[in-house]
Design a protein around this ligand. Structure first.
Ligand code: NAP
Length: 330
């Protein structure tokens, strides 16, 4: 039996394209004593992979080697006493249909507590990023105004809902009218703006935020962030979670033009990396799970079916094809 793998064929320059990826088939790997055989079920598709592909984010992906990301897998054969056939695990694993592991680093998960795919989204890295970046850097207070960019995505949709739970007025920025509607209906945002059809985002943000912006949860950077920050209040807080509008840039963007505003508005702008909060994950997962179980937050997933659709799903992130968490089901 053959096993399929997706390798990095070329480093993307600008927008990633299908030929940057290559699907190869190899013989199924054998398993030895102490090892287990994993079958990939769900693959997390994330914007940060772009930097690892071009080599700007470390550790980078190597050419002609498998890509990898957070994966939910099933143990289909075990010669390791700590794992049994039929158990589910998650970890950063290769983009392979099947792979061998010695069990090191695998985290067991249960399909009875929550659907398996949620461990990649609302109960995984993206939900936790929303939780810690908003609560620890954004420090939301009742009555404040929170703007979230990339609002209909995996991180943004959860960040906005947590903002509502903290008593904020929440405004989302997203790229289609359907997403704007989803933010206001399903996710309970107070208002939302389609940045692709709005001619003047600075004016639109001012109109949606009559009391100014106290917290800006930044997922995208670029012109959207310029427009939001132009409306920021004194002592505003800006957790910078990501900057997807710049990930395909071929030249580095460094703009100090914001700095005077940082001074006279006493702003706190802080970069955020979820890895820094690993010791607090149990707290975040407990709180997110209870909100989910109590119906206080909800989530969306865009699930593409088929191992060969991994490149399409990844490219889709930069085309705004996902609502909520982008996942490939194998
Ligand atoms: P996501 O928001 O679910 O998916 C990406 C979304 O970005 C797309 O659906 C698209 O939505 C939007 N987008 C794409 N190109 C854009 C552009 N040029 N300008 C504005 N929006 C654009 O992805 P995610 O996993 O939740 O990640 C969101 C951000 O958080 C990313 O920047 C990611 O790198 C970052 N992140 C950081 C950490 C950390 O530890 N710091 C952890 C997780 C994620 P539209 O249709 O609205 O354009």
């Amino acid at each position: 039996m053959n096993n399929r793998t997706i390798i990095l064929n070329s480093r993307p320059s600008g927008m990633p394209v299908a030929s940057d990826f290559k699907l190869i088939t190899e013989p199924m790997p054998p398993i030895g004593p102490g090892e287990i055989w994993l079958k990939t079920l769900y693959v997390s598709i994330d914007p940060y992979l772009r930097g690892k592909m071009s080599g700007t984010k470390s550790p980078r992906f190597e050419l002609d080697a498998p890509l990898s990301s957070m994966i939910i897998a099933e143990v289909v054969e075990s010669r390791n006493k700590d794992f049994s056939k039929g158990e589910y695990v998650k970890q950063y694993l290769d983009w392979k249909e099947y792979q061998v592991s010695n069990g090191e680093g695998l985290i067991k998960i249960s399909s009875t507590l929550a659907p398996l795919s949620t461990y990649l989204g609302v109960l995984g890295i993206t939900g936790l990023s929303a939780y810690f970046a908003l609560l620890e850097i954004g420090k939301p207070q009742t009555g404040e105004t929170l703007v979230v960019s990339g609002a209909a995505g995996a991180v943004g949709s959860i960040a906005g809902q947590i903002g509502k739970l903290m008593g904020c007025r929440v405004i989302g920025v997203a790229g289609t009218d359907e997403k704007v509607e989803l933010l206001k209906t399903k996710f309970g945002f107070d208002d939302a703006i389609n940045y692709k059809t709005t001619p003047d985002m600075k004016v639109a943000i001012a109109k949606a935020c009559p009391n100014g912006v106290d917290i800006y949860f930044d997922n995208v950077g670029g012109a959207i962030s310029d427009a939001v920050i132009a409306n920021i209040n004194k002592y505003g807080r800006i957790p910078v979670c990501g900057s997807i509008s710049n990930y395909n840039d071929t030249t580095e963007q460094i703009s100090p033009s914001l700095l005077p505003l940082v001074v006279y508005k006493f702003l706190t702008i802080q970069g955020f990396l979820i890895a820094d909060y690993a010791s607090k994950f149990p707290e975040g997962i407990t709180r997110l799970s209870s909100w989910l179980n109590e119906g206080k937050i909800t989530y969306s997933e865009t699930i593409l079916n088929g191992f060969d659709r991994l490149p399409e799903a990844f490219i889709g992130l930069f085309e705004g094809r996902n609502e909520g968490k982008m996942i490939v089901k194998v």
